[in-house]
Write a protein that binds this ligand. Structure first.
Ligand SMILES: [Zn+2]
Length: 360
């Protein structure tokens, strides 16, 4: 998305704005309280001050850590209104040779520059983390940057922001939070289809399952006990059927020839049977997950996003049609809509998470 444009490898691009924030506004969450910290947020959760008081004091910072770059955005003022913003994008230096510590040194430099332009510290920092973390905040696995395995990410974040309330969460949880805030709803289910299937549930304005209790793993919902084997080793997970790679593999089998994503897209648009069947199976699996989650959480909205889903024509309508077929008496299926924040959802979710924190 826009944050990445023109950023040289290893470099930082910055933007300063003093007028209204561009793009979707990150507004105040619909609910406050002790369940609104990130899954691994620390410490007690006393009565939260209002978001206005928090941001009026020092502002908040959102950080979206990705496999190739990091997007940062600071905001001040009332959420959704005119705000002062500062942005920066860091493209990780080098490739694998640099390692986690070189990456972190580069990020610390970008943060120092941003803090200087902000002329102060932040009241709260929210971080979108793609890696799997252990209870001590150490990286257990991150396929996107394998050298980070063993890196003490959370202690490093604490050293970087000693004066701020700090919270972090999985990208899927934060995408759900961002879409919920954007929709003005406190009850949203999000499913994102990309190289895997991510997702999150916002219930009563707060991401589930709540502080220190891990993240929503919608991709590992079991939708077909006899389905394909998932990367996790279990049979029948949603992402074993509905991820981008799983869909392409099915398309290849049906077509009897290799299929790249652009071919799938054009095949679908032209109504090629191999493309339609491959995508319909994906949409049916997503519908099963959406309807099952609807039975549990009764969301006001189910949002479908992710790069793979966004690029395929009529994807949401196909999921809706499969979901409609699963309606039962007294059990209406949830409203399903396409995501609106696209690649910005994790960053806006990180900001929304920061706004949920009590001031440090
Ligand atoms: Zn799985």
């Amino acid at each position: 998305m826009g944050f990445a444009t023109g950023a040289p490898a290893g470099g930082t691009t910055t933007t300063t704005r003093t007028a209204a924030a561009p793009g979707p506004a990150v507004q105040a969450p619909t609910a406050q309280g002790p369940t609104t910290q990130g899954p691994a947020a620390q410490g007690p959760t006393p009565q939260a001050p209002t978001a206005q008081a928090l941001t009026a004091a020092r502002g908040v910072l959102g950080i979206d850590i990705g496999g190739t770059k990091v997007a940062l955005r600071a905001e001040d003022g009332p959420p959704g209104g005119p705000v002062r913003t500062e942005e920066a994008v860091l493209r990780w230096p080098g490739a694998r040779v640099a390692g986690a510590y070189a990456d972190w040194t580069a990020l610390a430099g970008t943060v120092a520059d941003l803090r200087e332009r902000w002329e102060g510290d932040f009241a709260a920092v929210g971080v979108a983390v793609p890696a799997t973390l252990g209870p001590d905040g150490r990286v257990l696995a991150w396929p996107g940057r394998p050298d980070w395995r063993g890196f003490d990410l959370v202690p490093a974040l604490r050293r970087l922001f000693p004066a701020a309330a700090l919270a972090w969460a999985d990208d899927g949880d934060l995408a759900a939070l961002a879409e919920a805030v954007h929709a003005g709803s406190g009850h949203v289910v999000y499913l994102g289809v990309g190289t895997g299937v991510g997702g999150g549930v916002v219930h009563g304005g707060a991401p589930l399952p709540g502080p220190g209790r891990g993240s929503c793993e919608a991709g590992h919902l079991i939708v077909d006990r006899r389905g394909p084997v998932c990367d996790c080793g279990r049979r029948g997970c949603l992402q074993a059927t509905a991820s981008g790679p799983a869909t392409l593999r099915r398309a290849e089998l049906l077509r009897g020839a290799p299929v790249e994503y652009p071919e799938l897209r054009s095949g679908l648009a032209e109504g090629a049977p191999w493309a339609v069947e491959a995508v319909e199976e994906t949409c049916a699996a997503l519908a099963a997950a959406a309807v099952s989650l609807g039975e549990l959480f009764h969301p006001e909205l189910t949002v479908l996003g992710g790069g793979f889903a966004d690029g395929l024509p009529g994807f949401t309508a196909r999921v809706e049609a499969h979901a409609a077929a699963l309606a039962r008496p007294g059990g209406p299926v949830p409203a399903i809509r396409p995501a609106v924040l696209g690649g910005l959802s994790s960053l806006h979710g990180a900001l929304a998470l920061a706004r949920l924190q009590p001031a440090a």
